[in-house]
Design a protein around this ligand. Structure first.
Ligand SMILES: Cc1cc2nc3c(=O)[nH]c(=O)nc-3n(C[C@H](O)[C@H](O)[C@H](O)COP(=O)(O)OP(=O)(O)OC[C@H]3O[C@@H](n4cnc5c(N)ncnc54)[C@H](O)[C@@H]3O)c2cc1C
Length: 476
C-alpha cells in the first residue's frame, strides 16, 4: 500500500472514531500550523486536529496510540525552538488546542482560577483582572501564546524575579496522556504533599509526555501601583550591583530587572515605529526596572531614593522614572520591540542562556570578547531578564552584512563557544524557551548521563510507543 492510501485509511479511522474533532487537511487550512514562528522549520502533517472537549481529545489520543500515530501538540505556535512544528514525513498529526479556550472558574477568595489550555495568555490576564485579581505571567507574545503552551514550556518572562516561572504559578493540571487516559489534578491547594509532583513533571515537558488541557493558576490581588525607571549604567557589573541595592531597598516589590545594551535600543529605534531612547545620556548599557505593590505606598519615592544612592556610589550615570502610565508603556514598548527589531534587522544567531546573577559580568565580558575576536561583522545584541541571570545573547548581521546561509554556516561554531562558556559558569543553555527541536543536541551535550537516563526512563514509562512530539526535547 502506498503512503497516500495508508494516510487516507488512517484519516478515515480518526474521523469515524473521533466525532466532533475538526480535521483539517486542505493545504490552505493546515499551512499556518506547519511552520514555526521563526521560520526555521517547515513540516508536513497527516492533518491538523482541533478538538473542543477533553473527551474528544481523549478519544483522539486513544486512537493515535492504537494506530501508532505521532502527535504534535500546538498552542499559539510562538515557540522559539521549533517545538510545535511537525517533521517533514507528513505522517504526524498536529493537535491544535485553540478551540479549548474556556475560563472554567475563578475563585477570587482562594486567589485561583481554572482555565483551559487554549486560552490566550492575554485572555487569562484579562479574566483575572475582571475578577479583581492579578495573574503575573507576562511575555511579549501574550496576545498569541496560549496558557497550555506557557505551561508546556514553563515560560518565564518579565516578572519571574518576583513571581517565579509558569511552574511556580500553577496549582493544578489536567492532561490527556499518550494512551488517552485523563490525568485530573485540578486542585487549587497551596499545600498538597501526596506523593510525586506529577503536575510539575508535565509542566516544561514540551508536549512529550501528554497534552495539557486545563490548569488551575495562582492569582494575586490587583496591583495598586508601580514605579518604573530607565537607567543608564556603565557596565554589567554596575547593573548587578544596582540589582542588589534595589533588592535590599525594595525587597519583594522589585518585579522586573531587564538589561539592555545600547545596540538593542538603537535597533528598536531604527526598525520599530514610535520608539525612542528615553535618556539623552549615551551609555553602553541600560536597565529597565519596575517596582510594584499590592498596597498604597510611595513607590516613586522609594525608587528615586535608591537610584540617588546608586548614583552616589557611581553605579548609575543617568535615570528617568516614568511620570505617567503612557511613559511607563513607552519604556516597556521599547523593551518589547527588541525581538521584532532583530528580526527585521537581518539574520542572527540567538541564545537563551542563564548563569548565576553573580556570574553575569564575567560571562558577558568573556563571551563578548569571544564574539569580537571570532565573529566578523556580527553585532552583539545581548539583552534580557538579567534579574533572573537570563540573557538572550544574540548576534545580528545588520543591513546585509551576511546572508542567512552565511549565518547558518557560522551558527554551530558560535553556539558551541557560547554554550561552553555558559557551562563553564554553571549556567543553562535554555533558560526559558525550552529545547524543542532546536536544542536536542545541546541538551545531550550539557546534561549528565544520569539526568538523561532518568528523563528517558520517564518518557518510556509514560509514552512507551514514543508518539508524543517525536524528535523533540530528547530526540528520537
Ligand atoms: C515576541 C515574543 C516574545 C517572547 N517572550 C518570551 C519570554 O519573555 N519568555 C518566555 O519564556 N518565552 C517567550 N517567548 C516564547 C514563547 O512565546 C513561549 O515559549 C510560549 O510559552 C509558547 O506558548 P505557545 O502557546 O505559543 O506554545 P507553542 O509554540 O504552540 O508550543 C510550544 C511547545 O509546547 C508544546 N505545547 C503547546 N501547547 C501544549 C499543550 N496544551 N499541552 C502540551 N504541550 C503543548 C508544543 O508541542 C511545543 O513543544 C516569546 C515569543 C515571542 C514570539
Amino acid at each position: 500500500m502506498n503512503l497516500a492510501s495508508a494516510a487516507g485509511i488512517t484519516l478515515e479511522a480518526l474521523r469515524r472514531r473521533c466525532a466532533g474533532v475538526a480535521l483539517l487537511t486542505a493545504a490552505e487550512d493546515t499551512a499556518p500550523y506547519l511552520s514555526d514562528h521563526r521560520r526555521l522549520y517547515h513540516g508536513r502533517a497527516l492533518a491538523v486536529a482541533l478538538p473542543q472537549t477533553v473527551a474528544q481529545l481523549a478519544a483522539l489520543m486513544s486512537c493515535c496510540h492504537e494506530l501508532g500515530i505521532g502527535v504534535v501538540p500546538q498552542g499559539g505556535n510562538t515557540s522559539y525552538c521549533g517545538g510545535a512544528t511537525p517533521d517533514e514525513s507528513g505522517q504526524q498529526l498536529v493537535i491544535g488546542l485553540g478551540r479549548m479556550n474556556r475560563v472554567r472558574a475563578i475563585d477570587a477568595a482562594n486567589f485561583s482560577m481554572t482555565v483551559e489550555a487554549g486560552c490566550l495568555l492575554e485572555q487569562v490576564q484579562r479574566a483575572a483582572a475582571g475578577a479583581g485579581c492579578y495573574f503575573p505571567l507576562e511575555l511579549g507574545s501574550a496576545g498569541s501564546c496560549q496558557i497550555g503552551g506557557n505551561l508546556a514550556t514553563n515560560a518565564g518572562g518579565l516578572n519571574v524575579l518576583r513571581f517565579g516561572m509558569a511552574r511556580d504559578l500553577t496549582l493544578g493540571i489536567e492532561a490527556v496522556l499518550p494512551d488517552g487516559r485523563v490525568f485530573q489534578r485540578l486542585r487549587s491547594l497551596r499545600k498538597d504533599n501526596t506523593g510525586y509532583d506529577l503536575k510539575s513533571l508535565l509542566i516544561g515537558s514540551e508536549g512529550t509526555l501528554g497534552i495539557i488541557t486545563a490548569a488551575t493558576l495562582k492569582l494575586w490581588p490587583q496591583r495598586h501601583g508601580s514605579s518604573t525607571a530607565f537607567v543608564a549604567v556603565a557596565d554589567v557589573g554596575a547593573a548587578i550591583a544596582l540589582l542588589a541595592l534595589l533588592r535590599g531597598a525594595a525587597g519583594e516589590r522589585l518585579n522586573s530587572f531587564e538589561l539592555l545594551p545600547r545596540a538593542a535600543i538603537e535597533l528598536a529605534c531604527r526598525y520599530i515605529p514610535d520608539t525612542r531612547a528615553p535618556l539623552g545620556t549615551a551609555s553602553a548599557w541600560y536597565v529597565l526596572c519596575e517596582l510594584g505593590s499590592f498596597v498604597d505606598e510611595q513607590l516613586d519615592e522609594l525608587l528615586q531614593n535608591t537610584l540617588a544612592q546608586a548614583t552616589s556610589a557611581g553605579l548609575v550615570q543617568d535615570a528617568a522614572i516614568a511620570a505617567s502610565e503612557a511613559q511607563r508603556r513607552a519604556f516597556w514598548n521599547l523593551r518589547e520591540a527588541i525581538p521584532e527589531a532583530q528580526r527585521r534587522a537581518g539574520p542572527g544567531v540567538k541564545h537563551d542562556i542563564s548563569v548565576p546573577v553573580s556570574a553575569l559580568p564575567a560571562f558577558v565580558a568573556e563571551a563578548s570578547a569571544w564574539v569580537a575576536g571570532h565573529v566578523s561583522e556580527g553585532t552583539l545584541v545581548a539583552y534580557g531578564h538579567a534579574g533572573d541571570g537570563n540573557l538572550h545573547f544574540n548576534i545580528n548581521w545588520l543591513g546585509g552584512a551576511a546572508s542567512a546561509a552565511d549565518v547558518a554556516a557560522q551558527e554551530p561554531v558560535i553556539r558551541r563557544a557560547i554554550h561552553d562558556l555558559v557551562a563553564a559558569h554553571g549556567g543553562s543553555i535554555s533558560a526559558e524557551h525550552g529545547i524543542g527541536r532546536l536544542k536536542v543536541a545541546e541538551l545531550q551535550r550539557y546534561t549528565s548521563a544520569v539526568e538523561l537516563d532518568m528523563m528517558r526512563e520517564i518518557k518510556r514509562a509514560l509514552d512507551p510507543k514514543g508518539i508524543m512530539n517525536p524528535g523533540k526535547l530528547l530526540g528520537s
